[in-house]
Design a binder for this molecule. Sequence first.
Ligand SMILES: CC(C)(COP(=O)(O)OP(=O)(O)OC[C@H]1O[C@@H](n2cnc3c(N)ncnc32)[C@H](O)[C@@H]1OP(=O)(O)O)[C@@H](O)C(=O)NCCC(=O)NCCS
Length: 132
Amino acid sequence: MTAERDGTVVATVRLWHVEANGKPALLLGPLAVSPELQGEGLGRAMMREVIWRAACRGHGAVLLVGDATYYERFGFSGYLTRDLAMPGPVERERFLGLELRDGALSGASGVLVATGRPDAAAPDAEPARKAA
Ligand SMILES: CC(C)(COP(=O)(O)OP(=O)(O)OC[C@H]1O[C@@H](n2cnc3c(N)ncnc32)[C@H](O)[C@@H]1OP(=O)(O)O)[C@@H](O)C(=O)NCCC(=O)NCCS
């Protein structure tokens, strides 16, 4: 997802389909805002929009690697990723998760694998949600 001003991209955020031991999730990143516009709430607006879109499409969880002090305000927590790992080394305190559906990360463990699935509703999304 991108935000534009006067035809120029000024912010971007990307979600990737991943899974761990068969449990699907979305991996968020990168999130970036043009330096001259940082601190004006654009990052917050992008995060809220992308989380809302993911929930509307029936996705159960979003994961990311980033500054906890920034992402905790959106509900991300290191607790939810305690049994998960990235394919490469990451600082544990920067590996965060957010459940869009209660229990979506329950029992999730192991190393995240990119599924390469194209943009689409979650595989287990209810039909009514797919239209959102
Ligand atoms: C991180 C980033 C996306 C935030 O976007 P933004 O539009 O500047 O953020 P917002 O205006 O929505 O929010 C500003 C708030 O976030 C805080 N913040 C910004 N970057 C932060 C960071 N890396 N860690 C902790 N807090 C951060 C600001 O201090 C400010 O706090 P306040 O609301 O208490 O004043 C943007 O600064 C950016 O693109 N940075 C460079 C790329 C990057 O580091 N991306 C990954 C982040 S882990």
